[in-house]
Design a binder for this molecule. Structure first.
Ligand SMILES: Nc1ncnc2c1ncn2[C@@H]1O[C@H](COP(=O)(O)OP(=O)(O)O)[C@@H](O)[C@H]1O
Ligand SMILES: [Mg+2]
Length: 140
């Protein structure tokens, strides 16, 4: 059974096709975190991780989809975000997770930073489909 708080959290989906959509994903992630009772620091962690993933979908894949919903794991309440795209895929995930690695001559800090900001991050990627899933949980 979901607690009343998680039961009130509705799943939200946003198509990412512009910088404005990236900002909308960030804002929605923060609002969901606020509604679930996350503190300011965790709201900002989630919002920052989401904006990196959404930005990557836009920049490296030409766009994608953002989905946010409440999750429970081991009796803990949290938020799960999925960012999916149909782009070229992340060819070498281990390399992409290293600080400073970029195929784009940009900073290359987005993925490793996102990983550090949340409790769990999973990447599934092949040419034509990349799915990145992040979770953050309320303190027990
Ligand atoms: N959604 C994606 N599709 C394809 N490649 C990606 C995606 N996200 C990240 N990557 C690859 O992983 C690298 C590292 O990502 P990131 O750490 O965010 O750095 P940056 O975006 O600054 O290049 C990118 O340069 C790109 O090669
Ligand atoms: Mg990036």
């Amino acid at each position: 059974m979901n607690s009343p708080k998680t039961a009130n959290i509705q799943a939200i989906q946003i198509a990412i096709s512009s910088q404005a959509d990236v900002i909308a994903c960030r804002k929605t992630a923060r609002e969901t975190a606020t509604a679930m009772g996350f503190g300011l620091a965790d709201q900002t962690r989630l919002a920052t991780a989401v904006s990196e993933l959404a930005r990557n979908a836009l920049r490296h894949a030409g766009g994608g989809i953002f989905l946010v919903h409440a999750v429970q794991s081991d009796g803990r309440n949290g938020i799960q975000v999925l960012v999916e795209d149909k782009g070229p895929g992340i060819l070498d995930i281990e390399q992409a997770m290293q600080d400073g690695y970029s195929t784009d001559r940009s900073l290359g800090l987005g993925l490793p930073a996102a990983r550090r900001l949340v409790h769990n991050m999973q990447i599934n990627s092949k040419p034509g489909k990349t799915t990145i899933c992040i979770d953050i949980y309320l303190p027990q």
